[in-house]
Design a binder for this molecule. Structure first.
Ligand SMILES: [Zn+2]
Length: 54
């Protein structure tokens, strides 16, 4: 697999991820992911809703 460089969607730090795992929004740490989590939950709410209600 190939490593590519991208930027944290929250703080802008450069991070390296495998190309296969690259997404539109990547985060350098869990804290950065959590601080931006409201946006993520809106985008993915339809996917998680059925799981949470099960
Ligand atoms: Zn970050």
């Amino acid at each position: 697999m190939k490593l590519v460089e991208t930027k944290c969607a929250n703080c802008g730090s450069s991070i390296h991820v495998y190309e296969d795992y690259l997404r539109d929004e990547m985060y350098c740490t869990l804290n950065c992911m959590k601080s931006d989590s409201e946006m993520v939950m809106v985008k993915e709410s339809s996917g998680f809703a059925s799981v949470n209600l099960a």
